[in-house]
Design a binder for this molecule. Structure first.
Ligand code: GUN
Ligand code: ZN
Length: 442
């Protein structure tokens, strides 16, 4: 954007949330049929009716007409693994076998010169193509994987949360750090990247099984020293995993108690999966403010189980939603919510279209404690935006012929939508290039 176009306005059907539809109902969303999103220097200046805002725009403001498309805050993915972009769609195993057979094999490749850089470029292209503008990202154990990722994200000015995985046991030697080196390398990455531009650091002990008590102590120490950093890990995903974690930490009352004892369960802790939770564990989450991260495509693909969103809500626990690539099978947050709907259906629960779209925008921003920065179009927020064509596929356009209202149109979008519906993505008010499909390999 040049100085003369520091002001840009996107015209289309604006939709954003100011509250949780499960609590506030219709009052939770704002929808403006002929809307204008006014962006100055990358931040939202105003969002409202075009007829009200157009007359006040200076003559040199750039207006991008996206009518009749929907304009929403960029999607947020709360849990995704960059080393697993070539693990996605690996056949036939559940969690522990899948980790050993596929994941730990691919993750070792990130020690190779240039590999983390290649994956980072692909990964950020893919996220943008899917309208995802923020993610909480697991890098590999190698500090240079986080370095490469942050460097690429900084170049694109995307708001990303990421961390080098800490793991000092139960993994191949080539993939382990030590309690001491994991602490030191994470600390150096925090100093270099946390709050550098739009980059944020997540302290990332992979899970209790791959960390010794000494390493969880180090992770807890880091979390205490850097309370503004996120913590991300996995919990209660798979029965065999739970049994092994309990065996490795016999003194803990349950899986959540392992993390709580070591100081890694807190309001910025993003706890992946949370499928087989006990009432005590939900209580520990509520007491500490920890966030449960629901990864529906992964939970189905790895046969892990069904996340109980109703129980999380009843327990007063914040829920985030995520793809969990490469246990997960789609980069699309729309596809993710379509699978979330089915997971809830199997438990007699439902998920309306407004609630689903809230979850992947403002809901995830709230769960990540970032709602003061992203996830809505309130003035001053960073202008990360996705433009959606709800009729982008033949099947969707055909189905929409019978949609009677906005709720029905949005439900079609959430149920059938994917990256084909993303007409444009903006990062801090600047349009991101949509990557082209690569040619098939010979
Ligand atoms: N638990 C520990 N590591 C992982 C991982 O990479 N993926 C999933 N789905 N679960 C995990
Ligand atoms: Zn994961």
């Amino acid at each position: 954007m040049t100085a003369s176009t520091a002001l840009r306005a996107l015209r289309g059907r604006l939709l954003w949330f100011v509250d949780d539809p499960e609590i506030a109902g219709e009052a939770a969303h704002r929808y403006v049929e002929d809307g204008l999103l006014v962006i100055r220097n990358g931040l939202v200046e105003a969002a409202g009716a075009a007829r009200d805002l157009l007359p006040a725009l200076p003559a040199d403001a750039e207006i991008v007409d996206h009518r009749p498309h929907l304009i929403m805050p960029g999607f947020i993915d709360a849990h995704i693994h960059i080393p697993q972009t070539q693990v996605i769609a690996s056949y036939g195993a559940q969690l522990l076998e899948w980790l050993n057979k596929y994941t730990f094999v691919e993750e070792q490749k990130l020690s190779r010169q240039g590999h983390a850089e290649k994956l980072s470029r692909f990964f950020l292209d893919e996220l943008v193509a899917n309208g995802t503008t923020t993610a909480a990202v697991y890098c590999s154990v190698h500090p240079q994987s986080a370095e490469a990722f942050f460097t690429e994200s900084q170049r694109r000015n995307t708001r990303m949360i990421a961390g080098k995985v800490m793991m000092d046991r139960n993994a191949p030697d080539a993939l382990t750090d030590t309690a001491e080196s994991g602490y030191r390398d994470s600390k150096a990455l925090i100093a270099r990247w946390h709050g550098n531009g739009r980059q944020l650091y997540a302290i990332t002990p992979r899970f209790a099984i791959t960390s010794t008590p000494e390493q969880l102590t180090a992770a807890g120490r880091l979390a205490g020293e850097h309370p503004d950093c996120h913590v991300q890990t996995h919990i209660d995903e798979n029965r065999a995993e739970i049994a092994l974690a309990r065996e490795l930490y016999p003194e803990a009352a349950d899986y959540a108690d392992i993390y709580r004892r070591y100081g890694v369960l807190g309001p910025k802790s993003l706890m992946g999966h949370c499928i087989h939770m006990t009432a005590n564990e939900w209580r520990a989450f509520a007491e500490t403010g920890a966030v449960a991260v629901f990864c529906p495509t992964s939970n189905l693909f790895l046969g892990s189980g069904l996340f109980d969103w109703g129980e999380a809500r009843a327990s007063g626990v914040r829920v985030a939603v995520a793809t969990d690539i490469g246990g997960g099978t789609s980069y699309s947050m729309l596809r993710t919510m379509a699978e979330a709907y089915k997971v809830l259906q199997l438990q007699g629960q439902t998920l309306g279209a407004f609630a689903a779209l809230h979850a992947i925008t403002r809901g995830n921003a709230v769960a990540l404690s970032l709602d003061h920065l992203i996830g809505t179009f309130e003035p001053g927020r960073e202008a990360d935006v996705v433009v959606l064509d709800t009729g982008a596929t033949r099947a969707m356009a055909h189905r929409l012929e019978t949609a009677r209202d906005l709720a029905e149109e949005l439900f079609v979008l959430v149920t059938l939508g994917d990256e084909r519906n993303v007409a444009a993505t903006y990062v801090m008010g600047k349009r991101a290039a949509q990557p082209s499909t690569p040619p098939l390999r010979a």
